[in-house]
Design a protein. Structure first.
Length: 73
């Protein structure tokens, strides 16, 4: 399954919100440096979808706020 994620790094609280059929917004504490925000987003997605880290990969947008993830179920 492919999902679009809008990332809000440097947030005071961490949360994940579904904003459309395959669209999500994720708030994370980590700053967007050295892949820290991406790893925090993956951690939240693993909890939400109840899959392992290896089941999630970034298809597009690794350096931007809008990302496309592929999740193997």
């Amino acid at each position: 399954m492919k999902i679009e994620v809008l990332v809000k790094p440097g947030s005071s609280k961490e949360k994940l919100e579904k904003t459309g059929e395959d669209q999500y917004t994720v708030w994370v504490h980590e700053p967007p440096v050295e892949n820290k925000a991406n790893l925090a987003v993956i951690k939240q997605l693993t909890k939400y979808f109840k899959v392992s880290k290896s089941a999630i990969c970034i298809v597009k947008g690794a350096k931007g706020r809008k990302k496309l993830f592929n999740i193997d179920e």
